[in-house]
Design a binder for this molecule. Structure first.
Ligand SMILES: Nc1ncnc2c1ncn2[C@@H]1O[C@H](COP(=O)(O)OP(=O)(O)OP(=O)(O)O)[C@@H](O)[C@H]1O
Ligand SMILES: CC(=O)C(=O)O
Ligand SMILES: [K+]
Ligand SMILES: [Mg+2]
Length: 577
């Protein structure tokens, strides 16, 4: 038996261990006990500690009995699905499952196992770590805890690593969590490095050319205008600025400077999208096996292609998806090529709002979300969705309207930033995203507003065209027939994304045999990803799936299902036997 191989054993239902989640039973045999749900059989996994142990030599000490090795076809653990979705399906049925996916930025407010578990139970599909903040060790800890929870509790939370990028930002305020800038105060922004803490009203800037690029009279915007200064004097490495719009300065806040009402792009426009620190972070992400890498301040498709070939060369087996963050003027100019090159897009409204006038952000969002859907690239709407919930337990009406709008635009995912990273009410904020998503999705199904969005043909080969037509037809049939679910069997995830793109009324059960594809599908609208090994024989696959899902109580006889697969180009409509 190979050392990394996991073998599944099924023990009889009267096992006294059904209610334990501790790996107590067989630790001396190198096996881990993992009850999936109280109604599921137990799985014993062979661990690395005794790789050569013959599984059948486990003594049957009367406390449990080994029923089979590797499980017969009807073993319900031969299918893996996120335990939170499973519970939701069982409790409320198909129609009630949430279609919009939720991403939470993890920070000091949410990094413990308990806090991460609460977010997973609350519907977090993807945990985002932002390499702008914290150390690699800190991020590694978060990744480990998420993986542990997935393993122990049956969650399927994916990990997204977000790069820092080489834009201009402030230093970390000498360890303090924030500093208040008052109207009329003079602050010094400097490129000097400080070993100990900065002098009072002094802010260090990470970009060496800063003091040379700014001019007296320029406007300096912190975090896209949360605080504003006017440059009054430059003296060598120091730039003296008068505060014109007071506010709170946060560590490592982004800085932009404006001249005559326009964003100034001097030599800073030449900074590489991926800095040398970012490459080290990316190496870290590859080593840790993150599921997504989000690239900050993307300017063109080139950097995305470069990163994708880098990942391919470094991690041949891994399948890390690359997300381009749209947060600069250049990225808006090259939007289509960037969307085509990327595995996902993030509308990073925080920095975007510092680069284009604020009143242009909503139309940019609408355009990006639509184009992504047309080109079949998942899209996340991010930043300030529930900003006031950093401090208060209820959102403003305007924030609820903003979340609703993103759901109504049918974006794939919504993201929390400060609300979950350092806010006082991370779980409440997630609950608001969840309940608003559910409500607006239901409204959509009931009202069926005219969508007015063409889905152009995007296939690049005739075979792809067939897949696309099959998915379009399956989605249409699903709506017209009012089916309970669409089943899609997909090796690479592509076929599942084509069904998701149609935004059908029913949930989409996506069956795939690889863990990485399953986790990637976590970000896409309406998909419930399952891991299942399947063959080229659809008849067999369907019977197996029906058996497994029925045994888990996730479907019942009589449910109407449409099945499509990328091995066999067909659409099947059937009642679950
Ligand atoms: N790992 C962390 N450690 C400490 N604070 C964090 C961490 N991650 C996020 N935060 C806090 O949460 C806030 C919001 O997080 P967010 O990821 O949106 O960062 P950001 O600084 O606005 O940068 P970006 O433009 O990359 O999103 C940050 O400003 C920071 O104060
Ligand atoms: C998320 C992010 O990077 C932004 O909104 O700027
Ligand atoms: K970032
Ligand atoms: Mg940003």
């Amino acid at each position: 038996m190979a050392s990394s191989q996991a073998l599944n054993f099924f023990v009889s239902r009267n096992s006294p261990f059904l209610n334990t989640s501790k790996p107590s039973l067989a630790s001396n045999f190198g096996f881990i006990l993992k009850p999936l749900l109280s109604t599921s059989p137990l799985i014993l996994k062979c661990s690395l500690s005794s790789p050569n142990l013959d599984p059948l030599t486990i003594p049957n000490n009367g406390q449990f009995s080994v029923v089979s090795k590797n499980g017969p076809a009807s073993d319900t653990s031969a299918i893996e699905v996120d335990s939170v979705t499973e519970a939701e399906l069982k409790e409320n049925g198909f129609r009630s499952t949430r279609r919009t996916k939720l991403v939470c930025t993890i920070g000091p407010a949410t990094c413990s196992s308990e806090q991460l578990e609460a977010l997973a139970v609350g519907g977090m599909n993807v945990a985002r770590i932002n390499m702008c903040h914290g150390t690699r060790e800190w991020h590694k800890g978060v990744i480990e805890r998420v993986r542990e929870l997935n393993e122990e509790k049956g969650f399927a939370v994916a990990i997204m690593m977000d790069t820092e990028g080489s834009e201009i930002h402030m230093g970390d305020l000498g360890g303090t969590s924030s500093a208040k800038a008052e109207d009329g105060e003079v602050w010094t922004f400097t490129v000097r490095g400080f070993n100990s803490s900065c002098p009072e009203r002094t802010i260090s800037v990470n970009y060496d050319g800063f003091a040379e690029d700014v001019k007296v009279g320029d406007e300096l915007l912190v975090d896209g205008g949360m605080v504003r200064f006017e440059v009054i004097e430059t003296i060598g490495p120091d730039v003296k600025c008068k505060c014109t719009d007071p506010g709170l300065l946060l560590p490592r806040a982004n800085l932009t400077f404006w001249r005559d009402g326009k964003l100034v792009r001097e030599r800073n426009a030449m900074l590489p999208t991926i800095s040398s620190k970012d490459w080290l972070d990316i190496d870290f992400g590859i080593a840790e096996g993150v599921d997504f890498i989000a690239v900050s301040f993307v300017k063109s498709a080139e950097v995305i292609n470069h990163l994708k070939s880098y990942i391919k060369a470094r991690a041949r087996d891994s399948d890390i998806a690359v997300i381009a963050k749209i947060e600069s003027i250049d990225s808006l100019k090259n939007l289509e090529e960037i969307i085509l090159a990327s595995d996902g897009i993030m509308v990073a409204r925080g920095d975007l709002g510092a680069q284009i006038p604020l009143e242009q952000v909503p139309s940019a969002q609408q355009r990006i979300v639509q184009l992504c859907r047309q080109l079949n690239t998942p899209v996340i709407v991010a930043s300030q969705l529930l900003e006031s919930m950093i401090e208060y337990p209820t959102p403003t009406r305007a924030e609820v309207a903003d979340v609703s709008e993103a759901v109504r635009q049918r974006s794939d995912a919504l993201m929390l930033s400060g609300e979950s990273a350092m806010g006082q009410y991370p779980e409440k904020a997630l609950t608001v995203l969840r309940s608003v998503s559910l409500r607006i999705e239901r409204w959509w199904r009931e009202q069926k507003p005219q969508e007015g969005l063409d889905l152009p043909n995007i296939a690049s080969s005739f075979t792809d065209t067939i897949s696309e037509e099959i998915c379009n037809s399956a989605a249409k049939m699903a709506n017209n027939l009012g089916v309970d679910a669409i089943f899609v069997y997909t090796k690479t995830g592509h076929m599942a994304s084509l069904v998701s793109r149609c935004r059908p009324d029913c949930p989409i059960f996506a069956f795939t045999s690889t863990i990485s594809v399953r986790r990637r599908l976590n970000l896409q609208w309406g998909l419930i990803p399952f891991r299942l090994s399947f063959s080229d024989d659809m008849e067999n696959n369907l019977n197996k799936t029906f058996g497994l899902l029925k045994a888990r109580g996730m479907i019942k006889s009589g449910d109407l299902v449409i099945a499509v697969s990328d091995m066999l180009q067909s659409v099947q409509v059937m009642n679950v036997p």
